[in-house]
Design a protein around this ligand. Structure first.
Ligand code: UFG
Length: 340
């Protein structure tokens, strides 16, 4: 199969590109490289450097090749940031995705996989969060993703385009073979920050909030290995041959922020210098996935489920790439761009 992957040079997108290629598929990546990295992609993957808001470019790509499906990752994705610049999230994530979905319909793309988020649940009473739990976004980021889920609902009802909305819990770790990793700039995610603190590459780690209604007062999250998450996309692609689906993608286990610190300490053998800080706006107290539907309908199951094993893969990549992708020789090799 031949797939278009928007945001394919980003953290989750690049791991999905690897999984698709490992599965024997061909891929074209569309990415503006604002947060993604050329070096995250195998050199022979065609890369279109462009912004999703560029209607003419997107149209040209979809016109010149026939894609069996589009997988859409390109988006602003930080919960805390969205509380600072809410309309940027609501506008950019929504309008860019709306345009992409419309163009897919015009070019007869029949299948669409969307990277949605657990952030659209807010903090529900019931944990784990089932696939049919009430949606009540706790941040503009979560809201923007839900708005796009609604676009996809109507795209199916009226135009018959099948979609998979995959509601990710906390993606973490890196490709076990070391071909890709996590490199956000600035980094805001707990696991890579804790690893860099343990390695002495950054100062003291702030832990946001110590008075949440959890066992140790810090937030609880469900960490899913990014390769397991990537494989869920392949499973979802098979399902949407015939219908649309919405799945939660998580490990069904919650770890507090202090659990994460202890796991990073175990894996690195180093003590982490951290201090309690104020809550971060928009953070729900607990997010634990109920992922029964995905498991029952596709047979998908996480392979790297233990938190220490997830952290271990992230640690190995950070050790090998002290400057992130700038440490990789291929970062300077001038990956060929595809022109349209
Ligand atoms: N945290 C700290 N200190 C830091 C960074 C993070 O205490 O320096 C805490 C956060 O407050 C939160 C937890 O660590 O309690 C996890 O935070 P991350 O920033 O690593 O991840 P989020 O849970 O905010 O969000 C991630 C993705 C979202 C996705 C969400 C789904 O970034 O895109 O998981 O659960 F929607």
């Amino acid at each position: 199969m031949h797939y278009l992957v928007t945001g394919g040079a980003g953290f989750v997108g690049s791991h999905v590109v690897l999984a698709l290629r490992d599965g024997g598929h061909s891929v074209v990546v569309f990415d503006n490289l604002s947060t993604g990295h050329r070096a995250a992609l195998p050199p022979d993957v065609p890369l279109v450097v462009g912004d999703l808001s560029d209607h003419a470019l997107l149209n040209a790509v979809l016109e010149s090749e026939r894609f069996d499906a589009v997988l859409h990752f390109a988006a602003l994705s930080l919960v805390g940031d969205s509380m600072r610049v809410p309309f940027r999230y609501l506008r950019d994530n929504y309008l860019n995705s709306l345009q992409l979905v419309e163009l897919c319909i015009q070019h007869s793309v029949r299948r669409f996989v969307f990277s949605s988020t657990a952030a659209l649940f807010g903090t529900p009473e019931q944990q784990p969060i089932m696939e049919n739990a009430t949606v009540n976004p706790g941040s503009p980021y979560g809201e923007s993703k839900f708005m796009i889920e609604r676009v996809l609902h109507w795209a199916e009802k009226i135009h018959g385009m099948h979609s998979a909305c995959l509601r990710y819990f906390n993606a973490a770790g890196s490709d076990p073979a070391g071909r890709a990793g996590e490199d956000h700039r600035p980094e805001t995610h707990l696991i890579p920050l804790a690893i860099d603190t343990a390695l002495g590459r950054r100062p003291r780690l702030s832990i946001f909030g110590s008075d949440y209604p959890t066992t140790d007062g810090t937030c609880v999250r469900d960490y899913i290995h990014v390769t397991d998450l990537a494989n869920a996309h392949l499973a979802a692609l098979e399902q949407i041959e015939t219908r649309s689906v919405t799945y939660n993608v998580g490990n069904t286990t919650g770890f507090s922020n202090l659990d994460v610190i202890r796991a990073v300490e175990r894996v690195t053998g180093q003590q982490i210098d951290w201090h309690p800080a104020d809550r971060r706006a928009g953070d729900p107290a607990i997010l634990i996935a109920g992922s029964q539907q995905l498991r029952a309908e596709t047979g998908w199951t996480p392979r790297i489920a233990a938190l220490d094993d997830i952290v271990e893969t992230a640690y190995r990549w950070r050790l090998a790439h002290p400057q992130g992708y700038d440490s990789a020789p291929s970062a300077r090799d001038g990956h060929e761009e595809a022109l349209y």
